[in-house]
Design a protein around this ligand. Structure first.
Ligand SMILES: *Cc1c(COP(=O)(O)O)cnc(C)c1O
Length: 379
């Protein structure tokens, strides 16, 4: 289905064409090639990490990262509940058990207090969690300092799922670089895309070398094929890296455009009662990949789905916020710590069109449609 105003559409206004033509001319389209190296180098420079490994998706990056953290059968892994299923699925791939934790009300990311309660409860039950999956939802940095304090207190490593937070910062440093390992996604509708793709970043050289090795079938450096471990075909290909590099060159510009879009929505909604936003912590700078609103039903008389359908009629794409994982039928038996915060956000929130090329007029149209509907139910 194509929309007149899509939720998040990629723009290719840089070197995408030039680089892909070069990649094709080089004949290297698979998992070795100049663009992969350039992409990894540029990403590690941008994130000020020791090294980055380009991976074929955010999900495979999470899977590899969990292997690198030594997660295996029977282990328990704490994961933010308010997220996309790919944050938790790799826990299950490895025969480990997810433990879901609710979010706090400011950034909508994992609550440091509930996190500590969950850790203490699991330790009391006889098993210390093996890792914590921290998400920066819709690009909004979590309360990283508070979460690091808890993780360090119990010596539990953090895996940062920064899939949505490419270009987001906390205390001036890139999201994805605070945990033991961080991952990014460059899937089609993320803030920058390589078609499909992901990356692993870490300041631990051993982790990075192992990630590179395992992602290319764990092939030993010998003239014949020799393997000491089970590997994966998880490396990014050179054609994707060509697009990814061109997109990465425009990241700063794309972040400032999405931030501006968020700002305009805030201004346009400022006189509309019952609409609120996801807010930055004073230390954080979101990439505002998606602008999301919460619609207070008591004030507006409207449910989020009513607004979704109203905009859909006009060819405007919006989306529900992620349905929390503890409410997913597939995870119904997974332990959950927290209350109804994430559930409330899911039931009242909506992601608004946030493409970097969204125009002011389009934003005005969207806000006016919502405002008019609210004033109708008022009367
Ligand atoms: C998109 C996304 C992923 C998965 O990335 P893919 O590249 O689509 O595999 C993981 N976690 C979160 C929070 C995401 O939004």
């Amino acid at each position: 289905m194509s929309y007149r105003i899509p939720l998040s559409f990629p723009v290719f206004e840089g070197n995408e064409k030039t680089y892909t033509e070069k990649a094709i001319a080089s004949g290297n389209l698979a998992t070795y090639g100049a663009f992969i190296n350039k992409f990894e180098h540029k990403l590690s420079k941008k994130t000020k990490t020791h090294q980055a490994v380009a991976i074929n998706s955010g999900t495979s990056a999470l899977h590899l990262a969990m292997i690198l953290l030594g997660i295996g059968p029977g282990d328990e892994v704490i994961c933010q509940s308010f997220t996309f299923c790919a944050s938790a699925n790799p826990i299950v791939y490895l025969g480990a058990k997810p433990i879901f934790v609710d979010s706090e009300t400011d950034t909508w990311n994992i609550s440091p207090e509930i996190l500590e309660d969950a850790i203490l409860s699991r330790i009391a039950a006889g098993k210390k969690p093996k890792a914590i999956v921290l998400v920066h939802l819709f690009g909004m940095p979590a309360k990283i300092n508070e979460i690091l304090n808890v993780a360090n207190k119990y010596h539990i490593p953090i895996l940062e799922d920064a899939a949505e937070a490419v270009g987001s910062q906390y205390q001036g440093n890139a999201c994805g670089t605070f945990g033991t390992i961080g991952i990014y996604s460059f899937n089609g509708n993320k803030i920058i895309t390589s078609g499909g793709g992901g990356a692993i970043v870490s300041n631990n050289t051993k982790i990075i070398q192992k990630a590179a090795h395992l992602s290319t079938q764990a092939r030993e450096d010998l003239p014949y094929y020799q393997h000491l471990e089970i590997g994966f075909n998880y490396k990014m290909n050179n054609l994707a890296a060509a697009i990814g590099l061109a997109q990465l060159e425009q990241l700063d510009d794309l972040v400032s455009k999405r931030r501006k879009i968020n700002n305009i929505y805030r201004e346009l909604f400022s006189k509309v009662p019952g609409i609120s936003f996801q807010d930055e912590d004073k230390l954080s700078r979101s990439n505002y990949w998606l602008t999301t609103i919460i619609i207070d039903e008591e004030t507006t008389g409207l449910k989020n789905d009513r607004i979704r359908l109203l905009l859909l009629e006009k060819g405007i794409e919006t989306r529900f916020l992620w349905k929390p994982l503890h409410l997913q039928p597939i995870f119904k038996d997974v332990p959950f710590y927290g209350g109804d915060f994430a559930q409330n956000m899911f039931e009242t929130g909506l992601c608004l069109p946030s493409s970097s090329n969204l125009t002011f007029d389009q934003q005005e149209e969207i806000v006016e449609l919502i405002e008019r509907e609210i004033s109708k139910t008022y009367r």
